[in-house]
Design a protein around this ligand. Structure first.
Ligand code: UDP
Ligand code: MG
Length: 323
């Protein structure tokens, strides 16, 4: 069946908000089916990420009442990114397109129409992008925007102000399946898949109910994960720093020798000062060089695909001479 949409929604201790989200999404899906934009086989899939409240009971209840709702129950809490991947990979064989969104209604359900329109228009990936951060605190706004800029400077092509609200076509998901990352940072990986992509802008709301599952320590470790999963530039910075300090140490050596020969030093100062500078610089430089090799091993172990083929023009299969 054509244009089958699967919504994938990770849930961790979300019993308070689930039913409301389910009701609102159902309305949206029914509207899209009536408009002929998505097929009747479309589904809403909730992924229970090892919750310890009644989240799974609510999901099972929803599925019992209406088969529009599906549920995936993870064996334990694996975190937002893994829950998203579990959902996407489980439904990928049934879906023509998948939209991932948070369950707390911060992502605007009305942006789904435009995402589907862009898919029908030929886009493989549609990013949900926050149109403004006016509702964020000053600290959150500055740190989040600074982070996106830093990621791009370090060489990871993230989409500015986009999190995990996005549509992906079947072939984009097949591309994603070729990435064997252990440290998942989807918003960094998805732009590496390629294909035609576009953005939809939306106003991010406030959480409908319940508390954020991302306390500051989780946010920081997620941000660090993003940097270290995508870039070996921090290692290169150590090499550069080592090279700078070592070069400076040569200058210092000349200065110290001049002071030594003009007799303006106390005994022992020259040798200690030279050693501190030159050995410090050499250690940093060596660390950086060793780090370069570790960086190469790190990139190798990721086993990222070298390419993803978009089109393959051939008459293979139509040619009768072929065996
Ligand atoms: N979530 C999850 N596993 C976790 C933490 C969060 O599946 O370990 C889900 C959560 O239920 C929600 C989404 O990830 O649907 C985003 O979490 P949250 O809204 O708490 O993050 P925030 O919007 O505060 O950054
Ligand atoms: Mg949220």
């Amino acid at each position: 069946m054509k244009n089958c949409l699967y919504m994938v929604i990770p849930c961790y201790n979300e019993q308070e908000v689930l039913s409301e989200t389910a009701t609102r999404l159902k309305k949206k899906m029914e509207l899209l089916v009536r408009e002929g934009k998505i097929s009747k086989a479309s589904r809403i899939t909730f992924v229970n990420d090892g919750s310890n409240d009644k989240t799974w009971e609510v999901i099972s209840g929803l599925h019992k009442i209406d088969h529009l709702y599906c549920g995936i129950n993870l064996s334990m809490n694996k975190g937002h990114q893994n829950a998203l991947l579990a959902g996407i990979m489980t439904v990928k064989d049934y879906a023509d397109m998948v939209i991932t969104m948070d369950v707390d209604l911060q992502d605007d359900i009305n942006a789904i129409d435009e995402m589907v329109d862009k898919y029908l228009d030929g886009c493989d990936i549609v990013y949900g992008v926050r149109s403004s951060r006016d509702r964020d605190s000053f600290f959150k706004r500055v740190s989040a925007e600074g982070y996106y800029r830093l990621m791009n400077t370090l060489g990871a092509k993230t989409i500015f102000n986009h999190a995990d609200f996005r549509l992906m076509s079947k072939r984009a998901i097949e591309g994603l399946a070729q990435f064997n990352e252990v440290n998942l940072f989807l918003r960094g990986i998805v732009p590496m898949i390629g294909y035609r992509s576009d953005s939809v802008y939306y106003e991010r709301g406030v959480r409908f109910a319940g508390k954020s599952k991302y306390p500051l320590n989780k946010v920081l470790s997620f941000a660090w994960e993003g940097i270290t999963s995508f870039s070996i530039k921090p290692i290169r910075m150590i090499s550069t720093l080592g090279a700078i300090i070592f070069t400076l140490s040569i200058g210092m050596l000349i200065y110290i020798l001049i002071r030594y020969f003009t007799g303006e030093t106390t005994v022992g100062w020259a040798s200690v000062a030279v050693s501190v500078w030159s050995i410090g610089g050499l250690i940093l430089l060596s660390l950086g060089v060793v780090g370069e090799y570790i960086g190469k091993i790190y990139l190798e172990t990721k086993k990222r695909p070298h390419y993803i083929v978009e089109n393959f023009l051939s008459d293979y299969g139509n040619n009768e001479d072929e065996c």
